[in-house]
Design a protein around this ligand. Structure first.
Ligand code: GDP
Length: 453
C-alpha cells in the first residue's frame, strides 16, 4: 500500500459538468509534464494549454497547475488538469496521460490513495484523512461544519494535548521508578493523582464530544422491536410522517424489515422496523426475521413496543432481544394503543411511556425521550464529527486510565503498573491520529474512500 509510482485519477464526480479535474501525484512529475505539454510548468501557476493525441489532434484545451513537492495536497509533486467536464473527454485525457506517463510508471490510483499519500507524507493525520471522507459524505449542514473542524485539526489537537499530558505524567512516574531509593510518596508529592484526575476529566469531555460527533456523522440506528401486531409499522409511519410499511390487522404481515431514515431535530435516525419476530415455517418470513436479528445486533437504541392487550409471549421475545443486543445498547419500553385505554387504566400506567400510533398521542414525548437516551445534546458550537473507531479508542483509553487510577490508590507499590496503564492509554489515543496503527488497519480505512480522493 505504500507504492511509490505516480498515480492518476479523475477527482470530480462522474457525469457531465462544466469542469472535470484530473489529478496526478508522484515524486517528480517534470518528465510527465514535459511529455504532455512539451514544457516545464512554473509552480502554482494556472497555465492554459492544449493536450493533443498521438496523431496531433486536439483532445482538450485545459488549465494545468503544477504543485511542487512538498507544497501540495499529497506532499508529492501534483499536476492538476482542469479539463472540460465530459465523461468521454475525461476518459480520453486519462488515456493520453497514461500513454505518455508509461515510462514513468504512471498508474490509475486506488480508492483513497491520494489521501493515503497525504497521510504518509505527514500532511494530515489519520483523523483528518477520515474527516476528508466525512466532509464529502456529509448529509447535513451540521455534519459539513463538524467535518471541516475535524479536517482543520481541532479533534486531533485535543487528542494530541491529552497525549502530551499523559506523556508528562509518565515521565514523572518513570523517573521515580529509576530512583527507588528516594522514598518519597511519589503520587502525593508530584500531584500525580490530581493530574490523573485532570486527564480523566479531559478524556471524558472528549468522549462526550466524539459521541455527539458520531451521531452527527452516522445518525442513530434505531430498532423497532416487538411482537406481531403491536403497531410497529404504524409507529414507524407516524415517526416518518409517511406510509413506508404495510399496516394490516393480520399478524406477521410485515415480511421484511423496512429501513427508513428520518430526522428528529436534525439528528438522522435510521429506523428499522422488525418483521414480526416469531417462530415461522415460512421461508420468506424467516429471512426477514434473520435480518431483523442482524439489525438488532448493531442497534444504538431498541424501542420495544407492546400493546395494551396482547402481552402473550412477549416476555420470551424480550429475553431473546436483550441477549442479542450490543452490551451497552439501551432498550426503551413503549406501550402502544393508548387510545384503547380508559382514563383509570391510563392513570394506573402513569409511569409507562404510553403512545397511540393511531392518534399521534405521546409521539412528541417519545421523540424527546429518544434524543435524550441516545445522548444528543442539541446543536453545539465547535462540534466535530467522529467515527465508531474513534469512540472505541477513546473508550479503551478510558479503561486504561481507570485502571491506572486503581493502581495509584496502591501508592508507590504499584507504580510500575500505574505507568504501564498510562502507556497503554496513550497508545489507544495515538491510534486515533494514526500513530501506532498497524498497516492492515490503515489499508482498511483508506479502501473505504472513493477513487480520486
Ligand atoms: P406490527 O405488526 O407491529 O407492525 O403492527 P401494525 O402497525 O401492522 O398494526 C397492527 C394493527 O394495530 C393494525 O390494525 C393497526 O391499525 C393497529 N394499530 C396500530 N397502532 C394502533 C393504535 O395506536 N391504536 C389502535 N387502536 N390501533 C392501532
Amino acid at each position: 500500500m505504500t507504492r511509490k509510482l505516480p498515480i492518476i485519477a479523475v477527482a470530480t464526480a462522474p457525469g457531465k459538468a462544466g469542469v472535470g479535474v484530473i489529478r496526478i501525484s508522484g515524486q517528480n512529475l517534470n518528465a510527465i509534464t514535459a511529455a504532455l505539454f512539451q514544457k516545464k510548468l512554473a509552480p502554482r501557476q494556472a497555465n492554459l494549454l492544449t493536450l493533443r493525441d498521438a496523431a496531433g489532434q486536439v483532445i482538450d484545451q485545459l488549465i494545468a497547475i503544477h504543485f511542487v513537492a512538498p507544497a501540495s495536497f499529497t506532499g508529492e509533486d501534483v499536476l492538476e488538469l482542469q479539463c472540460h467536464g465530459g465523461p468521454q473527454l475525461l476518459e480520453l485525457v486519462m488515456k493520453r496521460c497514461l500513454e505518455l506517463g508509461k515510462d514513468e510508471g504512471l498508474v490509475i490510483a486506488e480508492p483513497g490513495e491520494f489521501t493515503l499519500r497525504a497521510y504518509l507524507n505527514n500532511k494530515i493525520d489519520l483523523a483528518q484523512a477520515e474527516a476528508i471522507a466525512d466532509l464529502i459524505d456529509a448529509q447535513s449542514e451540521a455534519a459539513v461544519r463538524g467535518a471541516a473542524r475535524s479536517l482543520q485539526g481541532e479533534f486531533s489537537n485535543d487528542i494530541n494535548d491529552l497525549i502530551e499530558e499523559i506523556t508528562q505524567l509518565r515521565i514523572l512516574v518513570e523517573s521515580t521508578l529509576d530512583f527507588p531509593e528516594e522514598e518519597i510518596e511519589f503520587l502525593e508529592s508530584a500531584q500525580a493523582r490530581q493530574r490523573l484526575s485532570a486527564v480523566k476529566a479531559k478524556l471524558q469531555a472528549l468522549r462526550e464530544g466524539a459521541k455527539q460527533g458520531k451521531i452527527l456523522r452516522d445518525g442513530v440506528q434505531l430498532v423497532l422491536a416487538g411482537a406481531p401486531n403491536v403497531g410497529k409499522s404504524s409507529l414507524l409511519n407516524r415517526l416518518a410522517g409517511e406510509e413506508v410499511a404495510i399496516v394490516t390487522p393480520i399478524a406477521g404481515t410485515t415480511r421484511d424489515r423496512v429501513k427508513e431514515s428520518i430526522s428528529i431535530e436534525g439528528v438522522p435516525m435510521h429506523i428499522i422496523d422488525t418483521a414480526g419476530l416469531r417462530e415461522t415455517a415460512d421461508v420468506v418470513e424467516a429471512k426477514g426475521i434473520e435480518r431483523s436479528w442482524d439489525a438488532i445486533r448493531l442497534a444504538d437504541l431498541v424501542i420495544f413496543l407492546s400493546d395494551t392487550h396482547s402481552n402473550q409471549g412477549q416476555d420470551d421475545l424480550k429475553e431473546q432481544i436483550l441477549a442479542a443486543l450490543p452490551s451497552k445498547c439501551p432498550v426503551l419500553e413503549v406501550l402502544n394503543k393508548a387510545d384503547l385505554l380508559d382514563q383509570s387504566s391510563k392513570a394506573e400506567l402513569k409511569d409507562t411511556l404510553l403512545i397511540s400510533a393511531k392518534t399521534g398521542d405521546g409521539i412528541e414525548a417519545l421523540k424527546q425521550k429518544i434524543l435524550e437516551i441516545v445522548g444528543w445534546g442539541g446543536p453545539q458550537e465547535g462540534a466535530i464529527v467522529a467515527r465508531r473507531r474513534h469512540l472505541d479508542c477513546l473508550e479503551r483509553a478510558a479503561e486504561h486510565i481507570a485502571k491506572s487510577e486503581e493502581f495509584a490508590a496502591n501508592g508507590n507499590n504499584s507504580l510500575e503498573l500505574f505507568a504501564e496503564e498510562l502507556s497503554l492509554a496513550q497508545g489507544r489515543l495515538g491510534e486515533i491520529t494514526g500513530k501506532l496503527l498497524p498497516d492492515d488497519l490503515l489499508g482498511k480505512i483508506f479502501s473505504q474512500f472513493c477513487i480520486g480522493k
